[in-house]
Design a protein around this ligand. Structure first.
Ligand code: 13P
Length: 255
C-alpha cells in the first residue's frame, strides 16, 4: 500500500502564500513514490490547481458539504471541489467538531456524500485528554469511528482514509503531550480491528490509517516505527516546505 502524506494548511495562508509554499513542495517531492496531498483554504484551490497539474502533488479540501446545491450559505459542494481537481477532502476534523460543533452524524453524511461523488474523505477521529486520562480512549474512538462510517458499504470502505488525531497531541493544544510510537501502535491496531469486526479482514486491510498530531521532520522516524501507520496528516510542520518534504522522504526511506 502506498503511503499517504497530507498537509492540512488550516486557516493560515492567503492564496499567494499558499502558492509559494506549494511551488516549494513540488521542487522538493519530485522523486517521491507516495501519495502527497495538500489541503489549502478554499480560496487557494483555484490558484494551486493549475500549478500542481504535472507534479506528484494532489489537491484536497479541508471540508465538504453533504448536498449538491441549494440554500446552504457558506458551504461548498463536491462538484465545486471536483471542478478544481480536488480528489480528497478532510472531514470531521477535531477543530470543526470543537468550534463548529460538528457531530458524528453530520460527519457521517459528509463521508457518504464524498464517497458517492468520488472524493476520498480523510476522516478524522481521535479523543481528547479527558477521555485519554479517564482510560476511555479506545471506547471513544470505537464509538466515533462506527458512527462516522455507518452505512458505508464494504465495497467502498477502502476509499476512505482514516486519520487518527488525538486532540491532546496536536501542536496547537494547550498543555499538549507527546504520543509514543507504542501508543500509536495500540490505537492503530485497534482501529484496524474495529474495521475487521464491522467489515472483514480483507476490507480492513485495504483502509489507509494515517496518524496526525504534531508530526514533524524530527519525530517522523519514531512514528514510522509504529504498526499500521499508512500515512500522516500534518498541520504546523506542513507550513514549512522543507519540513514537510522530509516527512514525505521518511516514507520513501521506510523498508
Ligand atoms: P499539527 O501537526 O499541527 O499537530 O496538526 C495536526 C492536524 O490537526 C492535522 O489535521
Amino acid at each position: 500500500m502506498k503511503g499517504l502524506a497530507a498537509a492540512n494548511l488550516k486557516m493560515n495562508l492567503t492564496g499567494q502564500q499558499t502558492l509559494s509554499l506549494v511551488k516549494n513542495y513540488i521542487k522538493l517531492i519530485k522523486k517521491t513514490k507516495q501519495d502527497v496531498v495538500v489541503c489549502p483554504s478554499y480560496t487557494a484551490l483555484p490558484l494551486v490547481a493549475p500549478v500542481i497539474k504535472k507534479s506528484r502533488l494532489q489537491l484536497g479540501a479541508q471540508d465538504v458539504f453533504y448536498e449538491q446545491k441549494g440554500a446552504f450559505t457558506g458551504e461548498i459542494s463536491t462538484d465545486m471541489l471536483k471542478e478544481l481537481g480536488c480528489r480528497f477532502s478532510i472531514v470531521g476534523h477535531s477543530e470543526r467538531r470543537n468550534y463548529l460543533k460538528e457531530t458524528d452524524e453530520l460527519v457521517n453524511l459528509k463521508v457518504k456524500w464524498a464517497l458517492k461523488a468520488g472524493i476520498t474523505p480523510i476522516l478524522c477521529i481521535g479523543e481528547d485528554a479527558y477521555s485519554r486520562d479517564g482510560g476511555e480512549s479506545f471506547s471513544f474512538v470505537e464509538k466515533q469511528l462506527k458512527a462516522c462510517i455507518a452505512g458505508v458499504e464494504k465495497k467502498n470502505i477502502h476509499k476512505v482514509a482514516l486519520a487518527y488525531e488525538p486532540i491532546w497531541a496536536l501542536s496547537t493544544t494547550a498543555n499538549r503531550r507527546d504520543i509514543t510510537s507504542r501508543e500509536i501502535t495500540q490505537m492503530h491496531n485497534y482501529i484496524r480491528k474495529i474495521l475487521k469486526d464491522v467489515y472483514d479482514v480483507m476490507a480492513a486491510a485495504q483502509v489507509r490509517i494515517l496518524y496526525g498530531g504534531s508530526v514533524n521532520e524530527q519525530n517522523i522516524s519514531e512514528i514510522l516505527k509504529a504498526e499500521n501507520v499508512d500515512g500522516v496528516l500534518v498541520g504546523a510542520a506542513s507550513l514549512d516546505a522543507r519540513k514537510f518534504a522530509r516527512i514525505v522522504a521518511a516514507f520513501d526511506a521506510r523498508k
